[in-house]
Design a protein around this ligand. Structure first.
Ligand SMILES: *[C@@H]1O[C@H](CO)[C@@H](O)[C@H](O)[C@H]1NC(C)=O
Ligand SMILES: *[C@@H]1O[C@H](CO)[C@@H](O)[C@H](O)[C@H]1NC(C)=O
Ligand SMILES: *[C@@H]1O[C@H](CO)[C@@H](O)[C@H](O)[C@H]1NC(C)=O
Ligand SMILES: *[C@@H]1O[C@H](CO)[C@@H](O)[C@H](O)[C@H]1NC(C)=O
Ligand SMILES: *[C@@H]1O[C@H](CO)[C@@H](O)[C@H](O)[C@H]1NC(C)=O
Length: 432
């Protein structure tokens, strides 16, 4: 992927770097075309504090992947033989030499080990530094970028470099060149002025789903309910068997939360047996749960009502991860616009007990995620899979297109500077 290598002399950087033991060249690690739909507002304030997440190579990841494939295969003798937290961590931990090399580099920039956050397996190290220092460390310039449609503002760059001697010890550093966000994958819900069906809601006429032989309540042709979904997936007679042991998780981003009262109304209407049951809420990285009904999220309510409605009486857990991409021009407050999935993964992989199934209805175009980062995030999901969790991600609302309902604003073009017409898969749904 790197087509050229850029050398810069450390002498041009800070004195702290010159006095460190590092070799004296920076090498270009990544360079991207200016991101589509983002306007460059100029340089980021030098004193603004940003997080830098440093990915250290997971030196036995291929072994972990092999375990995952075997224990996930119903025909393999090891099917269901999930790994423990400790076993997974041993496979994704970095080499001590990488840890040492990264700490030596950070120390050279005046960042002591005590001020670093480490993921449970030690494969990610996070530091919070002012923009000026990040620029110095990465031989780059951070700028403010504003999204043309939703106005989100991110502090990002289109390239960054690292000392060449860190080639084998640092896989990537983000958020630098990653412009993706966790966007809600709403249903293409719309209200029809005329009823789509003449059937009364209590009709018990049945129809056959073309090409499948599955028979569903005829009202499902016009109105989707929990009961319709169960019928469509041929699971309407299934009774959950292990509600003392199993749990289902749903994830939410952008500070969204679901309203408990809304859920009771939904249950009263659609899942009477679930009335008066609720779910646990886990807040991560500044996630919110004020229960203020006018602040509850559409995506959160939708996911919780249908997700927990379908899986009831299996206990539900809702993970609300914060870190909305907004910029507050206050130099003393870190703007936490971390890569959303890495933050959630740090949290969940550190837990002893994880729900057996976790569903996520957020995503973004795959091409907005740098490939090396996409791979690392997918590896994190693989680590969860090895521990026995089935992960589900929405594949988008627009078939193979970009999910943009309005044909005039279709954006099925590559963002690599060539602007070729291309289908846009969603990330993380496209993880292998
Ligand atoms: C479902 O609805 C569509 C349009 O509303 C109609 O054309 C179709 O015949 C209906 N299908 C069945 C099986 O009733
Ligand atoms: C069809 O749906 C209606 C409304 O949800 C319900 O009252 C009726 O019992 C359903 N019929 C069958 C056969 O499931
Ligand atoms: C739910 O709880 C309320 C308040 O405790 C009670 O009045 C109501 O009967 C309960 N409903 C069901 C279906 O259990
Ligand atoms: C609930 O949210 C609305 C909209 O953000 C706000 O105006 C209102 O003050 C909030 N109510 C409470 C009790 O916090
Ligand atoms: C890419 O090509 C499409 C179709 O030819 C065009 O509408 C769009 O403006 C182009 N975008 C850029 C960034 O060149």
């Amino acid at each position: 992927m790197l087509v050229h290598t850029l050398f810069r002399f450390l002498a041009a950087l800070s004195v702290a770097v010159v006095t460190s033991a590092s070799p004296s060249v920076l090498k270009l690690r990544q360079s991207i075309a200016p991101p589509r739909n983002w306007i460059d507002l100029g340089r980021a304030p030098s004193t603004h504090v940003i997080p830098l997440r440093i990915a250290l190579p997971q030196h036995r990841f291929l072994e972990l992947e092999q375990h995952l494939v075997e224990i996930s295969d119903p025909f393999h003798e090891r099917y269901g033989d999930h790994l423990s937290k400790e076993e997974v961590e041993a496979l994704i931990a970095p080499h001590a030499t990488s840890v040492d090399a990264v700490h030596e580099w950070l120390t050279g920039h005046g960042i002591q080990q005590e001020s670093c956050d480490r993921s449970s397996a030690g494969d990610w190290i996070t530091v919070h530094v002012p923009v000026a220092q990040a620029e110095n460390m990465l031989g780059t310039e951070f700028r403010l970028w504003k999204h043309t449609q939703d106005g989100d503002v991110l502090i990002r760059t289109t390239e960054y470099s690292l000392p060449a001697h860190l080639d084998d010890h640092v896989e990537l550093i983000q958020p630098t060149t990653a412009f993706h966000r966790a966007k809600g994958q709403r249903t293409s819900l719309h209200f029809s002025p005329t009823p789509a069906t003449a059937l009364s809601p209590s009709s018990d006429a049945m129809i056959t789903v073309p090409g499948s032989g599955v028979t569903v309540n005829a009202t499902c042709n016009a109105t989707i309910t929990v009961s319709c979904l169960k019928q469509l997936y041929n699971a309407d007679r299934y009774v959950p068997q292990a509600t003392k042991k199993n749990a289902i998780g749903l994830t939410g981003y952008l500070e969204q939360f679901a309203n408990f009262e809304d859920l009771q109304k939904f249950y009263a209407d659609q899942v009477p047996n679930a009335v008066n049951t609720s779910f646990d809420v886990v807040l991560i990285n500044g996630g919110l749960n004020s229960q203020n009904i006018s602040q509850a999220g559409d995506e959160a309510d939708l996911d919780v009502q249908f997700g927990f409605g379908i899986s009831s009486p299996t206990p539900g857990r809702y993970y609300s991860t914060g870190g909305r991409p907004k910029f507050t021009p206050d130099a003393n407050t870190p703007t936490d616009t971390n890569e959303p999935y890495s933050n959630w993964l740090d949290f969940i992989l550190a837990q002893k007990n994880i729900p057996q199934t976790i569903s996520t209805s957020y995503g973004d175009d795959e091409q907005t995620v740098p490939k090396d980062l996409a791979r690392r995030v997918c590896n994190g999901f693989a680590a969860l899979g090895a521990r026995g969790t089935s992960l589900l991600f929405s594949s988008g609302d627009g078939g193979v297109g970009d999910g943009n309902a309005d044909p005039a604003s279709q954006t099925c073009f590559t963002n690599d500077g060539k602007n070729q017409t291309k289908f846009l898969p969603g990330f993380p749904a496209s993880c292998p």
